[in-house]
Design a protein around this ligand. Structure first.
Ligand code: S3P
Length: 172
């Protein structure tokens, strides 16, 4: 029986806010892979990218995904690129129901601009074009990794959390 819920999806699809709302509703712990990486590396994600490179970040991400996948009964929020590595998907799949959050590219760009977190991979002159290209190339991988897909468009984090609870209830 899979006891964790892992949230995956593109940057700005609300994984953190939904994860927090979901863990609150379920009375479980919320675990964010990127925060754990930053804590362990003692620097921010943009600093890891700029000082050590993306490959170094992906290595840390892989270690952290493996670590959190060993947990039980937690809500896990994964960085947007985590499931591009099949081994990360395999690690998550062992213990977690995997839920993909989606949003239209306009909403993604808006949320990313609002939340104030730097996204090295969206650091481009035309953020929307960059997000659209990246999203298009990643979408098949996201869909393959997901047990369930929840469209977050126009929904509050609490409403998305309710939708996820409904999906996961089917699993039980
Ligand atoms: C990334 C997404 C980011 C973070 C890093 C790389 C990606 O996380 O892990 O900047 O490859 O999509 P969020 O999805 O939480 O923004």
């Amino acid at each position: 029986m899979k006891s964790n819920i892992a949230l995956i999806g593109f940057m700005g699809t609300g994984k953190t806010s939904v994860g927090l709302a979901l863990s609150e509703k379920l009375g479980t712990e919320f675990v964010e892979v990127d925060s754990l990486i930053a804590e362990k590396a003692e620097k921010s994600i943009p600093e890891i990218f700029s000082e050590d490179g993306e490959a170094a970040f992906r290595k840390l991400e892989k270690e952290m995904v493996a670590e959190v996948s060993l947990r039980d009964g937690v809500v896990i929020s994964c960085g947007g690129g985590a499931v591009l590595d099949p081994q990360n998907v395999a690690s998550l799949r062992r213990s977690s129901v995997i839920v993909l959050l989606t949003a239209p590219v306009e909403e993604i760009v808006h949320r990313v601009a609002q939340d104030g977190e730097a996204r090295p991979l969206l650091d481009a002159p035309d953020v929307k074009a960059r997000a659209r290209d990246l999203l298009r190339s990643r979408q098949p991988v996201y869909l393959r990794a997901a047990d369930y897909v929840v469209d977050t468009s126009g929904l509050k984090p609490e409403e998305v959390a309710e939708a996820i609870i409904d999906c996961v209830a089917e699993e039980a």
